[in-house]
Design a protein around this ligand. Structure first.
Ligand code: MN
Length: 713
């Protein structure tokens, strides 16, 4: 009997797992004909950060990487990928594309296991189906979404399962399982500590409130403390194994409190609490972290200033992200409360719920945490309702039929909004085939120690495909490091060229100094590159130093080549790129408001060319009407390609004193209106107009999607 029941459970698990994967193949089906999404005979990934882990795994497979290249060879996602690449007989590109779908679908197993222990496998089955495809869970574990998210919810749900079973069964094996899960979770995702501490706190409260006389919760807490110590993975694994062996000895039962005391001391002594402490410190001393340590106090633009303020998330959006529909979400909360009333161990779902609710203040990315517990909640409510249906009818068969049809209909209704979302959610790949082909061929011509200067959005993909170094990327894009790149892209070629050489050489030098500092008793102070350069060139004002870039400064010795990668993609975010350097570094105030307008929606009339947003070009006068103002156009340029595919441009000078310039990029069907300063910017000159200043730049590869230049100084 029990065996048959178990094989039912196994069957449900497999069906749910297969369902989760099958749903994720919808994307593959939708885009199978999209040639531009393919490279090397397989789909490319659709998340930028994925290229970071891919770089690490690639370097692990190759057995080499470059010093200071930022490759995450020591991090779990890269290591797991490396391991799987060794075992699974598919290409590397195929592996990373399918990994999220398979690993993300593992969520169904801990959910079924929880439900199995509570004796409600049908509830578990529906909950697994829902959780595996719920909007936010799908968005971040969909096929091609190769990032830590693929296991970020699986681990804590597994932890939820073993903690529930530990408290409900009091079996020693769950002590060890819990400890190993914590170690694995922390390995996978170092920020996991917040959930671990939440679980630990909850177990503590549980022990004090419900089981004050029991020794088992004390053992569990001791185990968790050992697993969370600030020690290397191997040391913690040995620690929890020894502890487990000790706990198995019955005669040690009376020493549990001593063990807990030792565990607590070791926990604090090894720095187990420091992640939380660091977090608290950053809140309390938020304003105290300053720049006064630097030799020159500079003010940079903060990235947060460009991201729309979190919060203000409509409740319906929040609910849909978690459950697919507001009604489902409300039902899931009711169901969860009932579930807790019936099984108090389900209180352990609170940390996941709490983190999910943080989304209301901290941004939508948190909703994903509430998905599994909410799915269990709504499924439980549904089955409670269905069992009350049978009681309503005298005729047992009729009652059973109605009950079954209710369950089926309600389940489909719960799943439907999520499936509908998935069909609509057509996420493109990070880059297209042409872009990747260009980068791959670049790889053969550049050195791995060389640098590519470009905006941070393209940092990880570039490092993966071209295997060079980058100044900024998806993980390194604070105002201080974005500043020089933004400055290079939005200022003249002459300034950009000199700053590029300086920034790259200073960046490498700072890496070396930081490394030397690790073994030095008196570490050398490292300050921001821009500040250091200003001081080195004898300026007390960084803005003066930046002005001096227009003059022939003597530059540091060249240690490597530098390339500029200028993609068409950057055109639409160029105003954002510019924001990072449109400020006075000494005061932090915005100094210029560049005029940059891009549109591909325009209407040509006899006299006026309508460019949208109340902007029109008066063709006779050669002037732009912007609202009620009229501004003279200095130059009008049309760019395109001739029959042989050669880049051509026609230029008309209209008003010598005009303040704006109009560029019609015919192949892109795009109009650009830029002020004179923007017109002279390196990006516009090199990408839009191919006007390389031969003293500083040499074209390497000029494709419509992106243009690459080599720095000549
Ligand atoms: Mn490398």
């Amino acid at each position: 009997m029990d065996l048959r029941y178990k094989s039912y459970v196994a069957l449900y698990c497999l069906i749910a797992f297969a369902f989760s994967i099958a749903i994720r193949l919808i994307w593959v089906y939708q885009f199978s004909d999209f040639e531009s999404f393919h490279y090397a005979d397989t789909f490319m990934i659709n998340t930028n950060d994925g290229y970071y882990w891919a770089e690490g795994a690639r370097d692990l497979l190759a057995g080499v990487h470059q010093k200071f290249d930022g490759s995450p060879i020591d991090q779990a996602p890269a290591q797991l990928t490396f391991l799987l690449a060794k075992i699974v007989p598919v290409s590397f590109e195929t592996l990373i594309f399918y990994m999220p779908a398979v690993l993300g679908s593992l969520i169904v197993f801990p959910m079924m296991l929880i439900a199995y222990n509570l004796g409600m496998i049908e509830v578990g089955f529906l909950a697994s189906l829902l959780a595996s495809i719920a909007v936010s869970y799908y968005n971040r574990t969909m096929i091609g979404y190769y990032d830590t998210d693929m296991l970020n919810i699986v681990f804590p749900t597994l932890l939820l399962w073993s903690l529930i079973l530990a408290l409900r069964t009091k079996e020693d094996k769950y002590l060890l399982i819990t400890a190993v899960e914590i170690i694995a979770y922390r390995w996978w995702y170092p920020q996991s500590y917040s959930l671990e501490f939440a679980y630990l706190g909850l177990i503590l409260v549980y022990a004090l409130v419900f089981e004050r006389k029991e020794s088992f919760p004390i053992k569990l807490i001791a185990m968790m403390l050992f697993a969370m110590m600030g020690l290397p993975i191997l040391a913690r694994l040995i620690g929890v194994s020894v502890l487990y062996a000790l706990f198995k000895q019955k005669k040690l039962a009376s020493y549990v409190w001593y063990i807990l005391a030792i565990g607590s001391i070791l926990f604090f002594a090894t720095g187990g609490f420091s992640p939380i402490w660091a977090q608290l410190k950053s809140y309390v001393f938020k304003d105290a972290i300053d720049v006064s340590q630097q030799g020159l106090e500079l003010h940079f633009f903060s990235v947060n200033q460009t991201i729309r303020e979190a919060g203000d998330i409509p409740f319906s959006v929040f609910a849909e992200r978690i459950s697919g529909h507001t009604i489902t979400f409300v039902a899931s909360i009711v169901g969860y409360v009932l579930l807790v009333r019936r099984y108090k161990a389900m209180l352990l779902g609170l940390p996941l719920m709490g983190l999910g609710f943080l989304a209301l203040w901290g941004g939508l990315r948190f909703t994903i945490y509430a998905v599994p517990v909410c799915a269990l909640g709504v499924a439980y409510l549904l089955f409670i309702l269905s069992s009350s249906i049978t009681g309503l009818f005298v005729n047992e068969t009729l009652g059973r039929i109605l009950k079954s049809s209710f369950v089926v209909t309600a389940s489909l209704a719960v799943l439907y909004p999520n499936v509908a979302h998935i069909i609509e959610y057509r996420v493109p790949t990070v880059l297209n085939k042409t872009e990747v082909e260009q980068l791959s061929s670049l790889r053969n011509n550049v050195g791995r120690e060389d640098y590519i200067v470009t905006w941070w959005d393209y940092g990880y993909p570039l490092r993966y495909y071209a295997d060079t170094k980058t100044l900024i990327d998806g993980g390194k894009h604070g105002g201080d490091v974005n500043f020089p790149v933004s400055f290079m892209l939005t200022n003249t070629q002459e300034s950009a060229a000199r700053l590029a050489r300086l920034e790259v050489e200073y960046t490498e030098k700072a890496f070396v100094t930081a490394e030397e500092n690790e073994t030095k008793e008196h570490p050398k102070k490292i300050i921001n590159n821009t500040a250091q350069m200003s001081l080195d060139y004898g300026f007390n004002n960084a803005d003066d130093f930046l002005d001096a870039l227009q003059t022939p400064l003597s530059l540091p010795q060249k240690t490597r080549e530098i390339y500029f990668y200028l993609p068409f993609r950057m055109l639409s975010i160029f105003p954002t790129v510019a924001q990072f350097s449109n400020l006075d570094l000494m005061s932090g105030k915005t100094v210029r408001h560049p005029f940059f307008y891009e549109t591909s929606r325009f209407q040509d009339g006899a006299k006026l060319l309508q460019l949208g947003n109340g902007i029109a070009l008066d063709k006779e006068k050669g002037a732009l009407k912007i609202g009620s103002n009229e501004v003279g156009v200095r130059t009008f340029i049309q760019t395109g390609y001739d029959e042989r595919g050669t880049f051509v441009k026609q230029q008309q000078s209209l008003h010598p004193n005009g303040e704006l310039n109009v560029i019609y990029m015919q192949p892109y069907n795009t109009f650009l209106i830029v002020d004179n300063a923007m017109f002279e910017s390196t990006y516009i000159q090199l990408f839009v107009l191919e006007n390389a200043d031969g003293r500083f730049f040499e074209p390497i590869s000029l494709e419509p999607y992106a243009k690459i230049y080599r720095l000549k100084i």
